[in-house]
Design a protein around this ligand. Structure first.
Ligand SMILES: *Cc1c(COP(=O)(O)O)cnc(C)c1O
Length: 377
């Protein structure tokens, strides 16, 4: 029996184990020196002035929306073709997500759909760099500027991706990253916000620790007693130093992880380009793709259904997943009254994600390609 191939798999070894052990032995396990170091490494990598660690990309997005003043009665434009967290964070603020369609080739938010959805109540727009492919930031930024909207990037999957030669996170808008195990690098759970705005960074640092005016790190290092204040209501969105220590090691592996992902994606695309019933991912010339996921769209003439294909893969010991969901079709957003979003609905119905992670071997790739071609050709 062939070994089972997972859809995703973190790349851990004794370096992460040693890093966690060192933190345990240091006695400082939450939002201390390792979190500060991880933030510095991350900001330097993406080319941002500031990076603020959080418990997840979801809590990162939530804080960015709150910091932009999003609240009850406001509308925030989001792509429906995304993980549901992209919309949930808008609801967490008491605001309304307004779902729009995506570009059929890039699967990222369609700027012309943003323009059509703007109303007097629109406060912000959240483009998603879906599966690691950057949305068309320049076009979206021009729209946001023209209408006075906050632009917050959902960069959950886009660590290491670039737009027009500059890494995601370095474009000046607040950008939110995820360290969930399905993403490019992982800390178990975790998130990061990057920004070039020092006031926003300071505000986010207060918000993530209960609105406290000084950090534990500042208090710990001070020679004089500091009494903290609570000028605003905050949250507990603190990352632990155990997670940050893992994140620092993962950052060292990032170049290898990205190049291995790119290699796997290239092998898949070479194999599937010649199969007429599927469409391989499109990478526009403006983008460098992290390939957090590798998505194939089944075309109408495909000889098998998407769900049958998922089952055949599973029967062969290969774990795959349906493509990106359509949030507006889920029961919890039925009341949003979203009209039909044809591209989103089609992509969500007809696409699937193939295994992609740095431990996937060339033999594993061949096995996957063979099973797929057996069904499709
Ligand atoms: C994974 C993901 C999130 C949520 O990230 P968490 O760190 O799990 O909160 C948000 N948006 C997108 C597009 C994602 O893929």
């Amino acid at each position: 029996m062939n070994e089972r191939i997972e859809i995703a798999q973190p790349l851990f070894d004794d370096r992460e184990e040693q890093a966690v052990l060192a933190v345990l032995r240091s006695g400082w396990v939450s939002q201390g020196p390792k979190v500060a170091e991880f933030e510095q490494v991350f900001a330097g990598y993406v080319g941002a002035q500031h990076a603020v660690a959080t418990t997840s990309c979801t809590t990162a997005l939530h804080m960015c929306l709150l910091a932009a003043g999003v609240g009850s009665g406001d509308e925030v434009i989001v792509p429906s073709l995304s993980f549901i967290a992209t919309a949930n964070v808008v609801a967490h603020c008491g605001a309304t997500p307004v779902f729009v369609d995506v570009d059929p080739l890039t699967c990222t938010i369609d700027p012309s759909c943003i323009a059509a959805a703007i109303t007097d109540r629109t406060k912000a727009v959240i483009p998603v760099h879906q599966m690691g492919l950057p949305a068309d930031l320049d076009q979206i930024a021009a729209l946001a500027r023209g209408h006075g909207l906050a632009l917050i990037e959902d960069a959950a999957c886009a660590i290491g991706s670039a737009y027009k030669g500059r890494r995601i996170g370095g474009h000046g808008n607040p950008a939110c990253f995820s360290f969930h195990p399905r993403k490019i690098i992982t800390t178990g759970e975790g998130g990061m916000i990057t920004t070039n705005d020092p006031e926003l960074a300071a505000k986010l640092r207060r918000m993530r620790q209960h609105g406290m005016s000084v950090s534990d790190l500042q208090r710990h290092g001070a020679g004089k007693v500091i009494i903290e204040r609570y000028p605003e209501i905050g949250y507990n969105y603190r990352m632990t130093d155990l997670q940050a220590a893992v994140g620092i090691v993962q950052m060292q592996k990032l170049p290898f992880i990205l190049s291995r992902r790119a290699g796997i994606a290239a092998a898949y695309t070479k194999a599937f380009e010649r199969v007429p019933s599927v469409r391989a991912p499109f990478v526009p010339s403006y983008a460098s793709h992290s390939f957090q996921s590798y998505c194939l769209e089944l075309l109408p003439d495909a000889p098998v259904s998407r769900d049958t294909l998922l089952q055949v893969l599973l029967d062969n010991g290969i774990s795959s997943r349906r493509g990106i969901m359509a949030i507006h079709a889920e029961a919890c957003y039925q009341a949003s009254g979203a009209s039909s979003l044809p591209v989103t609905e089609r992509l969500s119905r007809n696409s699937l994600l193939l295994p992609i992670h740095p431990s996937l071997s060339d033999a594993g790739i061949s096995r996957i390609v063979d099973v797929m071609q057996g069904c499709l050709c």
